[in-house]
Design a protein around this ligand. Structure first.
Ligand code: G6P
Length: 471
């Protein structure tokens, strides 16, 4: 039996810098987390390969290469990227789900394209699946897909996981297509969220928009039920925890230590996104420098910002503001041998990244809203036998489990400033104790456990629906 994972993006992205196709790892929590998933099912993946190609010959070449990995590409046109991906997914749904109400754009062409692309995914799944296969749909770009599939295959076992926050009903109701979106999702047998609060918001939206009542975690629709659950996604704990034993990572650790050895290193890693609170973080760091001259020359903030969605207006504007703010902090405080903010506007290899996690004294993770935030978990896991402090926003889904982090409200730069001081002064024993307690959780709640729990929940619901259909 096969498990088809469906997500907007495949775990690999294709580029064509000089006439030949190059394949590399995709960024973002969903694909990174799920790619390392082990399951007893034969795992297949359907998604966009990250490039627009028009020639059939090119599509075939990409197709053949990806098929070796059980990846099945869905090719999107430039208009789809503009209206479905940059448009409805990332200028309507994303800001709405992250409580950026004022950034939410409504355009008919966005919505039309969203429907068309969800149908394209539906067609590709229908072409591939065989009786007994299961389908697991990921995330907000594909919320109509469960309903579309249900129409073609009334008995298909369909799961959906929502990786971003599900907002309160008061916000969700602003969406003109709120009913269609909810009906689309309810095509699934099993729907899960990272936190209990997101799940609660979803239930309340269904009850108030569609006027159907849940009985605890279940809702009856015709001759089947839809069940919901809260399942926080984990990481590949062993991969991060053992990374420092890899000779390549070791070398990078040594190099970083030489570079930052006599400084305390604060690390932040994000995709470029307004939901990540990057400017608020910079303001917090700036007020820390302003009020604590004793730390000048002794603390460096390494900011890794991975380019993302740069054709969406709000992202491009944010990039300019970040560049300006970093320039302003560095201009004000730099000396001949110290630059307070070390800014990287590109991604790093896994080896480089884990070496940075290992060396960093503090991880500063301050999103204004975040479905989960796997960086917080990766940082904690990477601390194999050393010290480190996680400063974490209360607004990240990860805050529910990572209670031994110093938790802050990212809207308050004073709290960021105080948390940095607290972290810098925290005794090594306390750092280790807090890390150990969080590592214990992460080593149990791994990405494999998360997926196994999801597939188990899906199986149970599908079995129940099979028997309901026979009645
Ligand atoms: C978040 C979303 C994912 C998305 C990722 C990267 O983690 O939940 O669905 O894939 O960001 O964003 P991108 O737009 O580059 O796919």
């Amino acid at each position: 039996m096969k498990l088809y994972i469906i997500s907007n993006r495949l775990p690999v992205k294709v580029a064509n810098p000089n006439g030949t196709f190059v394949f590399s790892r995709s960024e973002g929590g969903v694909t990174t987390g799920l790619d390392s998933l082990e399951t007893s099912y034969e795992k297949h993946w359907i998604g966009w390969p990250g490039i627009c190609v028009n020639k059939e010959k090119d599509k075939q070449e990409i197709n053949e290469k990806l098929l070796e990995l059980n990846f099945h590409p869905v090719f999107l046109s430039e208009a789809h990227i503009r209206n479905y991906y940059e448009g409805y997914s990332n200028s309507t749904i994303w800001p709405m789900c992250h409580y950026f109400y004022a950034y939410t754009l409504y355009k008919k062409c966005f919505w039309q394209s969203y429907q068309v692309v969800n149908q394209l995914f539906c067609d590709e799944i229908c072409r591939l699946i065989r009786p007994g296969d299961k389908v697991w749909i990921q995330d907000y770009q594909l919320m109509l897909l469960p309903g579309m599939l249900r129409k073609v295959y009334p008995e298909l076992c369909i799961g959906y996981f929502h990786h971003i926050p599900f907002p309160s009903y008061e916000l969700f109701r602003i969406l003109p297509e709120r009913a269609e979106i909810l009906k689309g999702l309810l095509g699934a047998d099993f729907i899960a969220f990272h936190t209990h609060d997101y799940m609660r918001h979803f239930i309340s939206a269904v009850e108030r928009v569609l006027h159907i009542d849940f009985k605890l975690d279940e809702i009856q629709i015709g001759n089947r039920v839809v069940r919901v659950d809260a399942l926080p996604m984990g990481i590949n704990y062993e991969l991060y925890h053992n990374a420092s034993q890899n000779p390549v990572v070791r070398q990078a650790i040594d190099r970083n230590r030489t570079l930052f050895g006599n400084h305390k290193l604060i690390l932040s890693v994000d995709r470029l996104d307004y939901s990540k609170g990057i400017l608020h973080r910079l303001h917090g760091f700036s007020s820390f420098l302003e009020h604590h001259p004793e730390y000048h020359g002794k603390v460096t903030l390494a900011m890794v910002i991975v380019p993302s969605r740069d054709h969406v207006g709000s992202y491009a504007e944010l990039k300019t503001k970040i560049d300006e703010e970093i320039g302003s902090v560095n201009g004000r405080y730099s000396t001949m041998n110290w630059t307070p903010v070390c800014y990287f506007y590109h991604g790093f290899s896994l080896e480089e990244l884990t070496a940075m996690y290992y060396v960093a004294d503090i991880a500063l993770v301050t999103p204004l809203r975040d479905g989960m935030n796997l960086v917080a978990k990766e940082y904690v896991a990477s601390k194999c036998d050393n010290t480190g402090v996680l400063i974490l926003s209360e607004m990240a889904g990860a805050a529910v489990e990572m209670t031994d982090a110093i938790q802050i409200n990212p809207n308050d730069s004073g709290q960021i400033e105080n948390a940095i001081c607290q972290a810098l002064e925290m005794p090594a024993e306390e750092q280790k104790l807090r890390l150990q307690r969080m590592q214990k959780i992460l080593s149990v709640q791994t990405v494999n456990k998360w997926a196994a729990d999801f597939v188990n929940g899906l199986d149970m619901t599908c079995m129940k629906n099979d028997s309901l259909r026979k009645k």
